[in-house]
Design a protein around this ligand. Structure first.
Ligand code: Z5A
Length: 208
């Protein structure tokens, strides 16, 4: 594949959405054609699945159902957006990908890693992001920032302990994949965060 695949990850309220346009702009300024997308979602069917998994339900949702829906949306995303774009030489920038499944369904819900990795192999084979930017901050700060916005969805309604497990799962993934991950201290003021992101992107661009 000729393009590059960059993902941005982190718990609730770390600033992924805020920084996506900055990352796009930085890559485009370096002459790279960028496709910005997100998970769950990124395709018409994927966005319908997103509504299903984020929406509140009186009858709840089994953890395995949630896991399978994430991978169903991802299969569609890979087939219709990610793989075609990479094959066309574009740079794909995704707001979340499979690391979010390890963090939320694995760390948060407690699904064992082996069950997730079976689905990962099935749906994406050997395809992995080339670079993952993990925006990291204390859970209480993330929840405070996120709390300034609209009504919480099904995930945003979880307790602090859930997000603490998610954060620790992300940090464990970063330690496990040091070549692919860059951990950014997202508790800093936005200009400092963006300076750090720009530095990480410069290194990546120089090596690409
Ligand atoms: N999910 C899953 O469980 N399994 C999976 O496999 C996948 C996803 C793919 C939807 O994700 C949910 O799906 C997600 C996990 C689950 N649920 N949660 N939680 P999402 O990415 O769409 O939703 P989100 O995590 O809630 O992201 P968000 O709402 O887009 O938040 P954010 O992008 O990280 O934050 P933000 O909106 O850019 O910033 C929050 C506020 O902080 C905002 O007012 C900013 O102006 C402010 N901000 C940002 N940066 C700063 C700095 N540096 N200083 C001060 N203030 C700042």
């Amino acid at each position: 594949m000729k393009g590059r695949f960059i993902t941005i990850e982190g718990i609730e309220g770390v600033g992924k959405t805020t920084n996506l346009e900055f990352i796009r702009h930085t890559l485009e300024a370096a002459g790279k054609p960028v496709v910005v997308t997100r998970e769950p979602g990124g395709t018409p069917l994927g966005e319908e699945i997103r509504s299903l998994v984020l929406g509140h339900r009186d009858d709840g949702m089994a953890s395995d159902t949630e896991l399978l829906l994430m991978f169903a949306a991802r299969a569609e995303h890979l087939a219709r957006v990610i793989r075609p774009a990479l094959e066309a030489g574009q740079w794909v920038l995704s707001d979340r990908f499979t690391d979010a499944t390890y963090a939320y369904q694995g760390g948060g819900r407690g699904i064992i890693k082996g069950r997730i990795s079976v689905l990962e192999q099935w749906v994406q084979g050997d395809l992995q992001p080339d670079l993952t930017l993990l925006l990291d901050l204390p859970v209480t700060l993330g929840l405070t920032r996120a709390g300034r916005r609209s009504a919480p969805d099904r995930f945003e309604s979880e307790q602090t302990a859930f997000f603490e497990r998610v954060r620790q799962a992300y940090l464990a993934l970063a330690a496990q994949h040091p070549g692919r991950y860059r951990v950014i201290d997202a508790s800093q003021p936005l200009d400092v965060v963006q300076h750090t992101i720009k530095h990480a992107l410069s290194d990546f661009l120089a090596a690409s």
